[in-house]
Design a protein around this ligand. Structure first.
Ligand code: ZN
Length: 294
């Protein structure tokens, strides 16, 4: 099982919070009617789709990037003790798998220098905070939390209308970080250094960004939620129920897949089943995903 690797001088690890059957395919992807899915069923089952339930096999995970100088954590999963309505299984988690995963790669919460979220949905911001004595406090006490300005601006404005618009995650997983003085609001094309920078990929949310890695001749890209599940490579027009602009999301996904298709860029997905990383290749008029060897 690949849990990590290198992109030139950058070492990366996956920190998995959960993996298994999650959303029903027709719920997550409204275009995935039973007729539309039928031609793909043999290919989808059982690796990507649970037979009998039509639930997609998905991973919830962070990536940790170790550079010469810093440890950068990208996306922070669902988190413990959160209250969520959109997907009730995300409520009241209490597992230790996530923090154990961090320890397994030699890191404690004290060692993370930067935290960033590709977008501010509940399954990407959760471990930004944890509950201590009834208060949400930053999980990573020494980290700067880096938020892309369009995404942060969109959600902080919407949250003024009520916390239900973010299912509570801005209130419990973003604003406490700001109040603690650990947040930096940065440009949508922010660069951590010469090797790691944001690439705006809007559509799933208004300010969604992917993260590009380049070191020497080696390239990687963390796709965030540009694509949720491998069938969207075959059918890039299928956007997710949670996309704020489904047409823009489809356009972004097509151009993203086209840009990396048949290149040596390692595409590091947020939610694909393990090993989650691989390369985009051509398949007929569309695309496919070649997972890295396990
Ligand atoms: Zn997600």
């Amino acid at each position: 099982m690949i849990e990590g690797g290198t992109i030139g001088d950058i070492t990366w690890h996956r920190i998995v919070e959960a993996e298994g059957p999650e959303f029903e395919i027709g719920f997550l992807l409204p275009d995935a009617t039973s007729d539309a899915v039928a031609p793909y069923r043999d290919w989808l089952e059982p690796r990507f789709l649970e037979p009998g339930t039509d639930r997609l096999i998905m991973t919830t995970q962070s990536y940790v990037l170790k550079t010469k100088h810093h440890n950068i954590l990208i996306d922070s999963c669902v988190g413990n003790d959160k209250e969520r309505r959109f997907y009730p299984p995300w409520s009241g988690l209490s597992g230790t798998r996530y923090l154990d995963g961090l320890s397994a790669v030699g890191l404690s919460v004290d060692d993370i220098d930067f935290v960033m979220c590709t977008h501010l949905h509940a399954d990407h911001v959760g471990w930004n905070t944890r509950l201590v004595d009834g208060r949400w406090v930053p999980t990573f006490p020494n980290a700067r939390y880096v938020f892309a300005e369009t995404e942060f601006g969109f959600w902080s404005e919407l949250n003024k209308k009520g916390k239900k618009y973010s299912d509570g995650c801005i209130d419990d997983s973003v604003l406490p970080v700001v109040e603690a003085g650990q947040a930096d609001i940065v440009a949508d094309d922010y660069a951590f250094n010469d090797d790691i920078w944001f690439q705006p990929t809007p559509g799933h949310t208004p300010g969604h960004v992917s993260v590009h890695l380049n070191s020497g001749d080696n390239n990687g890209v963390l796709s965030g939620d540009v694509v949720h599940t491998p069938i969207q490579c075959r059918e890039p027009g299928w956007s997710a129920v949670g996309c704020s602009d489904r047409a823009q999301s489809a356009e972004t996904r097509k151009s993203f897949l086209d840009r990396y298709c048949e290149t040596d860029t390692l595409v590091m997905t947020g939610h694909f089943p393990s090993p989650s990383v691989g390369h985009v290749c051509r398949h007929g008029d569309g695309f496919d995903f070649e997972f890295s060897a396990v």
